[in-house]
Design a binder for this molecule. Sequence first.
Ligand SMILES: Cc1cc2nc3c(=O)[nH]c(=O)nc-3n(C[C@H](O)[C@H](O)[C@H](O)COP(=O)(O)OP(=O)(O)OC[C@H]3O[C@@H](n4cnc5c(N)ncnc54)[C@H](O)[C@@H]3O)c2cc1C
Length: 434
Amino acid sequence: MKTPAETAPNRAAAATGDGVPFRVAVVGAGPSGCYTAQALRKAQPDIEIAVLDSLPTPFGLVRYGIAPDHQGAKAVSRQFERVFAQPGVEFVGNVSVGTDVGVESLLDSFHAVVLATGLGADRRLGIEQDPDARVIGAGELIRLLNSDPEARLRHRPGGLDSLGAEVVVLGTGNVAVDVARLLSKSDLDFIASDVDDDALRAVAPNPVRTIHILGRCPSHLAKWDPSMVKELAHVVGVQVRVDGTSLLDESAVSPRTTVNVRFQQVPAFIRRHGGRIRVTTHHAGDSGRVEHLDADTVVTALGFDSPAEQTAWSGGIEAPNVFRVGGPATGRLGNLAENRKLAADTARDVLAFLRGREQRHRAGLAGLRGLLPASAVDIAAWRRIDDAEIRRARPDRCRTKFTTRDELLAAAAGSDTLASIPLATTRPSTTQEK
Ligand SMILES: Cc1cc2nc3c(=O)[nH]c(=O)nc-3n(C[C@H](O)[C@H](O)[C@H](O)COP(=O)(O)OP(=O)(O)OC[C@H]3O[C@@H](n4cnc5c(N)ncnc54)[C@H](O)[C@@H]3O)c2cc1C
């Protein structure tokens, strides 16, 4: 496969005021990077943009974060596809900046560099915690259910274990509700999703029986959207109780899954206890009353941070032509709408910088020739992956993603054998009528 630098069209340089075409590298093809490219092109249609991503696939957490049963939110990728359909906007996947290509090389070849690398790690709990206690980050869990090849790799060779029948989720944001919903749904509830059936069957062979969502804050300060909790409460077979009171009138049913939401619970420590896990909390508003809750797994949904390796290469880079957008700028992952706004502001700053001083010629993507790995993925190769995943989907799934980098790269290269990789088996359909 040719690298994007080799296939980059040798089109005539689009002239700006002084005849030098503006060339911008965006690091990260998630929503922040894609929205930035979109806004740059809208304001300056002749600007040339290369969007690099360490994964072979574009769209960041749209693909690997947004819940697989929320295809409406994932559909934002269609608008990003249109950005890459424009001549002069290139996707360069499977290239890790800081490892495969240094920022210095980008600065040599582009007039400006935008760091849109998101916040790729779950924020840690920061309390005393038994290292052997089963604790997993919500972002990591949902990456697994979204077939993220890196998350899959981190869980080998031990593989994925069942989370058990009783799970504690720490946090009261939308991601906590995503976790509760995904773990409480039956197979039928995943129709038309792109859930990773193998991962789901491994972590929750049956819908989890009891989920405790614990928040430090009082109920009126919960960060989740009420519509998310309402959606959870309407999953057939699920009963949501907030501080002991059922959200819907459930008197006649015996629920398959009970979700107990409790506020003002401040976790103090997590220990192993009798083969299970004990979460000890104190009550924030009631003279510190101490409580113990035993469960099989704790899922932390406390926000996101930069992974250490990310901070190592990008943290200290300060130059007038290096810009940050999304998580690296704000310290918050944010949602799509927030990141779209931030991207528009960043694009304005980039253009003000570029127009505000004389620019000398930069080679753009062609300047990276020889630096990019042979396995770099361009947008045409991504479309081959996309097409193969849709073709191999189970009839009741909208796609079945490849789960390893090798499979993705083989599909990118157009290998047809992958389309026939055996399909995942299903979980039991234990849907109950409400
Ligand atoms: C579980 C979950 C559910 C969500 N659901 C919703 C929802 O329903 N609605 C909503 O509006 N928002 C939702 N969000 C938030 C949404 O996903 C984020 O707002 C958005 O993805 C942030 O975009 P980003 O581009 O800043 O970061 P990301 O999407 O993380 O993209 C960053 C990209 O940078 C790449 N990258 C990182 N380091 C490098 C490097 N060194 N070199 C090259 N590339 C690199 C990564 O591979 C990644 O593709 C959800 C988030 C999560 C975690």
